[in-house]
Design a binder for this molecule. Structure first.
Ligand code: ADP
Length: 165
């Protein structure tokens, strides 16, 4: 059984993440989308909210599992019997950080391979930060994120607006 781990913050999940998941399921028997609990990124959404959005957006994919982790990624992946870490690669801006992380992870464990997948070019400009920025002005982001994330963004920013009134 080939297991791939797709780790990330998913704050929130976007259509770019979904694109990578759809490609990953063709390569692995099971893909675990692992949502990090690491608070250093100060996520907008709680870990439960982020997991819930990933779950609802991937429910049609039977070989996708959703989990959270707070361990060192390599230890978590080995504990899950994974053979690979999956990362998305967009433009050159991703490269330096991803290169560093892949090499450090390789040093930590030779058993794990990092696999980079490129999304459809229409998602190469997309990340969760820009989606949150646009949504914070109550602009429509439904073309960038799955339905479940769009709903949560609307709820989050309308609640914030009401709080400020
Ligand atoms: P992290 O904090 O680990 O970067 P993210 O949720 O931002 O978490 O991203 C998780 C993974 O998904 C990373 O490998 C990132 O490069 C990839 N990713 C994010 N957005 C896109 C996108 N639009 N297209 C392809 N891959 C993406």
């Amino acid at each position: 059984m080939r297991i791939g781990i797709y780790p990330g913050t998913f704050d929130p999940i976007t259509n770019g993440h979904i694109d990578i998941i759809n490609r990953s399921v063709l390569l692995f028997d099971k893909v675990i989308v692992a949502v990090t609990t690491n608070p250093s990124k100060s996520p907008l959404f709680s870990i439960d909210e982020r997991i819930e959005m990933v779950l609802s957006s991937t429910k049609s994919l039977s070989n996708v599992e959703v989990d959270s982790f707070d361990d060192l990624l390599v230890n978590y992946a080995l504990h899950k019997n994974a053979t690979a870490i999956i990362r998305g690669l967009r433009a050159t801006s991703d490269f330096e950080f991803e290169f560093q992380m892949a090499l450090v992870n390789r040093k930590l464990s030779n058993e794990l391979v990092t696999v980079f997948l490129m999304p459809n070019e229409k998602y190469t400009y997309l990340n969760s930060t820009i989606v949150k920025e646009v949504a914070s002005f109550n602009a429509d982001v439904s073309c960038f994120v799955p339905e479940a994330a769009n709903k949560k963004l609307l709820e989050k920013f309308s609640a914030k607006k009401t709080k400020h009134l």
